[in-house]
Design a protein around this ligand. Structure first.
Ligand code: NAD
Ligand code: UGA
Length: 475
């Protein structure tokens, strides 16, 4: 059988569903793509006439939306209609860690995947290829398949008309570089057991990606490979972060060490930037899920090994907040500190699991008054992340920690004792040090957790400088 895919539906208009469908629409203008979501507000933002209102900030995204929206790319909450029309359905819903019940704190909550499967079972018509795009525990395809068919059994008439083929096609894009990652991926992974369904998905990607980059496997290897790719990436960050602390006490420099080891092609130069710990919605939850799966199969040593990657990440964030407090004479009560960057990395407005959240919470807990600036994160998101309302004015008579949003770095620096760089935004590389230093109290500090401070100029204005992994002040 040869599938002609004309109509694609994607459930989930998030950081993966939105950009990945936008790129497919841009590359395959003969396909109609509907991205559906339960969240009306999110869909309204995707449909906004002002493209700066899109719910996701990604370089290059708004240009594609401008080109394709309303032509072959649509955003809607009408799941029923678009699932019924689709030949191929991508499941791209959130898969967070379970917060209660069996496996709470480790296992993935499949609630949204289950709901999507039920919707597909109910509304899809004829032969439908169902593609797992979300990151899922190994063997989830089995669960999806049983839900798709279990619902049908109740309705014999329907079951004669409906047939489903399940594929695993995990997404490897990174936020901030999503469009480039989707247009020029290192590889595309398709797992499945139906030749024609695999061919149908392959033919979509083959429109713009060379066939030798398209890897085809069984379902379980594809599902597991996604978790393992994230685990290996996160492990590199925990490895380099653990060594950053060693550099600081021995006089070595983490950048020199990373450069020297990265030149070995077996190690490779990428993903060796030491920082305040990895953030983002996926590394932590995917490793926790790996830990859970290993324990489930009785592989406790494997589980403990990966658990350590998470522990080092938490330790790095604690280590940074503690050393800031120690360097500011052991107390930050009532002190104003400038937090520069709140997103989990540059070029995204996403703050999920951002190290800034933990570090800011620790400093607020210690009584600091934080001026927070980020070029893309909105104050209402910070309010939610810190679980603390923004202050209109700081209360000088109170020893309680507080925070306020600043509209630029110079405003954030007013009366501040320290500039704390938590995200590596490009604009932080071009600072007018004279202007910023005039606004601050002395002694003034720079805490650079991202090694972005490249200019020697700041030293002229009397800053004390601490940079991650830099042992220059040793002993
Ligand atoms: P997200 O939270 O940004 O988006 C998920 C969307 O799905 C939400 O808008 C939600 O309302 C919607 N949704 C949930 N259940 C629904 C249902 N039953 N019907 C309709 N809509 C529904 O999540 P995300 O960051 O896009 O991640 C999605 C998946 O992709 C996760 O499994 C994640 O691990 C994986 N992933 C994420 C990234 C990334 O960079 N964010 C990269 C690769 C893979
Ligand atoms: C990561 C993976 O890179 C993607 O391949 C994957 O698809 C995605 O997770 C996912 O499954 O969600 P993402 O989290 O968007 O992508 O961004 P990364 O570039 O991987 O950065 C993650 C975190 O690690 C950030 O906080 C970043 O600042 C930090 N990081 C990254 C470092 O501290 N050092 C580095 O060298 C690289």
């Amino acid at each position: 059988m040869n599938y002609q895919i004309k109509n694609i539906c994607c459930i989930g208009a998030g950081y993966v569903g939105g950009p990945s469908m936008a790129v497919i629409a841009d590359k395959c203008i003969d396909k109609i793509i509907n991205v559906v979501d339960l969240n009306q507000e999110r869909i309204d933002l995707w449909n906004s006439s002002d493209l700066s209102d899109l719910p996701i900030y990604e370089p290059g995204l708004k240009e594609i939306i401008k080109r394709r929206r309303g032509k072959n790319l649509y955003f809607s909450t009408d799941l029923k209609k678009h699932l019924a029309e689709a030949d191929m359905i991508f499941i791209s819903v959130n898969t967070p860690t379970k917060t209660k019940g069996i496996g709470a704190g480790e296992a993935i909550d499949l609630k949204w995947v289950e709901a999507s499967s039920r919707q597909i079972s109910q509304y899809a018509k004829g032969k439908t290829i169902v593609v797992e795009k979300s990151t899922l525990p190994v063997r989830t395809a089995e669960t999806i398949k049983s839900i798709l068919y279990a619902t049908l059994k109740k309705d014999n008439y329907d079951s004669e008309l409906k047939e489903f083929f399940i594929l695993s096609n995990p997404e490897f894009l990174a936020e901030g570089t999503a469009i480039n990652d989707l247009e020029n991926p290192d590889r595309i992974l398709i797992g499945g057991d139906n030749y024609d369904a695999i061919k149908a998905l392959e033919s979509i990607y083959a429109t713009w990606i060379k066939k030798d980059k398209i890897i085809k496997t069984d379902l379980w290897s594809a599902e597991l490979s996604k978790l393992i790719a994230n685990a290996f990436l996160a492990q590199r960050i925990s490895s380099i972060n653990s060594i950053s602390a060693l550099c600081e006490v021995t006089g070595a420099d983490i950048k020199e060490v990373a450069n020297a080891i990265g030149k070995d092609t077996r190690i490779g130069e990428f993903f060796l930037n030491s920082g305040p710990g990895f953030g983002g919605s996926c590394f932590k939850k995917d490793i926790l899920n790996l830990v859970y799966i290993c324990k489930y199969y009785g592989l406790y040593e494997t589980a403990n090994y990966w658990q350590k990657v998470i522990e080092i990440n938490i330790w790095q964030q604690e280590r940074i907040s503690n050393l800031i407090i120690n360097k500011l004479f052991g107390t930050v009560v009532g002190k104003r500190l400038s937090i520069l960057g709140f997103s989990f990395k540059k070029n995204t407005n996403d703050t999920r699991e951002s190290p800034a959240i933990k570090i800011c919470k620790n400093l607020i807990e210690e009584g600091a008054k934080l001026n927070i600036y980020d070029p893309k994160v909105k104050p209402k998101i910070i309010e939610k992340d810190l679980n603390l309302k923004e202050s209109i004015e700081f209360d000088k008579s109170s020893e309680l920690g507080e925070w306020k949003f600043a509209s630029n770095i110079y405003e954030a620096a007013i009366d501040s004792d320290a500039l704390i760089f938590l995200t590596e935004w490009e604009e932080f590389k071009i600072i007018n040090w004279k202007k910023i230093s005039e606004r601050m109290r002395t002694p003034k500090w720079i805490f650079d957790t991202r090694s972005i401070y490249l200019s020697k100029e700041a030293e002229k204005y009397g800053f004390n400088i601490w940079m991650i992994g830099e042992g220059k002040n040793y002993p």
